[in-house]
Design a protein around this ligand. Structure first.
Ligand SMILES: Nc1ncnc2c1ncn2[C@@H]1O[C@H](COP(=O)(O)OP(=O)(O)O)[C@@H](O)[C@H]1O
Ligand SMILES: [Mg+2]
Length: 309
C-alpha cells in the first residue's frame, strides 16, 4: 500500500547546525504516529519540510504517493497543520477565518463543516468574535479548527496542547480519536507523554536531527517498559524464598521487583511469595511508562554519540 507520507534521507542544514540528519520515515494510512523528542530535536523542522514551511537541503518527501519535487502543491491540499505558534490574521471573526481557510484550500464554502468544528472545539459561542479578542486557549482552539476545516487526510499536530487548559486537551484528544475513526492519519508531537502513550499506534523518537527509533507503541512498551511490583509485609520477613529475584528492604517489611523483558513476570514472583507463606499485606503495581522509556532511549543515544575532542 502507498504510504501517506514517505520521507527518505531528509536533511535540513541551517548555517550553523544540522536540524535534520538523513531522516527516513513512512507514515501509513489511518495511524496515529507520535513524534517524540526533546526541544530542538527537529520535530517542527520535519513537519515544516512536509508542509512547505521549511526548504529541505536534500532528500525526498512523498505525500500520498506524489514526490513533492514533482508536485509540491496538490498533495499539500490534503494536509492540515496545527502549528506550534499562533499565526493568524487578527482582523477577522472566527467564522470568517475558517471560511477563508476553506477557500485557501480550494474548497467550496461549507458552513456545516465549520459549525461541526466550532461545536467539537467548544467555539460556537465565539463564531462572530474577532479573533484578536480571543483568549489564548480560544486562539489555540481556532488554530485546530483551521487545520481541520478542509477535511485533510493527514493532520500534523505540533504540540497542540502546550500550555492549554485541561478541557481543551480532553476535547482535542477526543477529536483525534474521531479523526482516526474516520480514517484520517494523525502525526502529533507532544510534551505530554501520557497522551502519546494513550493515543499513538506507533512512536518515533528523534534527537539532534536523527531518528533514533520507530516502533509500534505496544511492542516498544513490551520491549523496553519496566513495571515495578511493591509488596508490603505485615511482619518482618527473615529471607526471600529461594530463586526469587527482587529486593527486600532493610527493615524486612517490604519487597520490590522490577519486571522487564527477559525477567520473570511480576505475577510469578508474587505467587512465589504466597507459596512461601510470607505475610503479604499490600500489593502495588506501577505500570510501564512511555516517559521512562523515552528518557532511557535518549540517554543511551547520548552515551553512544562520540564526543568531539
Ligand atoms: N530558521 C532557523 N534558523 C536556524 N536554526 C533553526 C531554525 N529553525 C530551527 N532551527 C534549529 O533547528 C533545531 C531543530 O528545531 P525544531 O525543529 O524547532 O525542534 P523541535 O521542534 O524538536 O523543538 C533547533 O536547534 C533550532 O534552533
Ligand atoms: Mg517544535
Amino acid at each position: 500500500m502507498t504510504a501517506v507520507l514517505e520521507v527518505e534521507n531528509l536533511t535540513k542544514r541551517f548555517p550553523t547546525m544540522t536540524a535534520l540528519d538523513s531522516v527516513s520515515l513512512r507514515i501509513e494510512a489511518g495511524e496515529i504516529f507520535a513524534l517524540l523528542g526533546p526541544n530542538g530535536a527537529g520535530k517542527t523542522t520535519l513537519i515544516g519540510s512536509v508542509c512547505g514551511l521549511v526548504k529541505k537541503t536534500s532528500g525526498r518527501i512523498s505525500l500520498f504517493g506524489t514526490d513533492l519535487d514533482v508536485d509540491s502543491l496538490s498533495p499539500r491540499y490534503r494536509v492540515g497543520l496545527v502549528p506550534q505558534e499562533i499565526n493568524f490574521d487578527p482582523f477577522f471573526t472566527v467564522r470568517e477565518a475558517l471560511r477563508i481557510q476553506q477557500g485557501y484550500f480550494g474548497q467550496r464554502r461549507d458552513d456545516a463543516r465549520i459549525d461541526e468544528l466550532l461545536a467539537a472545539l467548544s467555539l460556537s459561542s465565539k463564531a462572530d468574535a474577532q479573533t484578536r479578542a480571543l483568549s489564548g486557549g480560544m486562539k489555540r482552539r481556532l488554530l485546530i479548527a483551521k487545520a481541520l476545516v478542509h477535511r485533510p487526510k493527514l493532520v500534523f499536530l505540533d504540540e497542540p496542547t502546550a500550555g492549554v487548559d485541561v478541557e481543551l486537551r480532553r476535547d482535542l484528544w477526543n477529536y483525534v480519536r474521531k479523526l482516526k475513526a474516520e480514517g484520517t492519519t494523525v502525526v502529533l508531537t507532544t510534551h505530554y507523554l501520557e497522551e502519546a502513550e494513550e493515543l499513538a499506534d506507533r512512536v518515533g523518537v528523534i534527537n539532534g536531527g536523527k531518528l533514533l527509533l520507530v516502533e509500534e507503541k505496544a511492542a516498544l512498551m513490551q520491549r523496553l517498559g519496566e513495571r515495578s511490583l511493591t509488596v508490603k509485609f505485615t511482619a518482618p520477613v527473615a529471607a526471600l524464598p529461594q530463586g526469587v529475584a527482587g529486593t527486600l528492604a532493610s527493615d524486612s517489611l517490604s519487597f520490590s521487583f522490577v519486571e522487564r523483558s527477559g525477567t520473570p513476570r511480576a505475577a510469578e514472583v508474587l505467587s512465589a511469595l504466597f507459596a512461601a507463606k510470607l505475610p503479604v499485606g499490600d500489593v502495588a503495581m506501577q505500570p510501564a511508562k512511555l516517559e521512562d522509556i523515552l528518557v532511557r532511549v535518549l540517554s543511551e543515544s547520548r552515551a553512544h554519540t562520540p564526543v568531539a575532542p
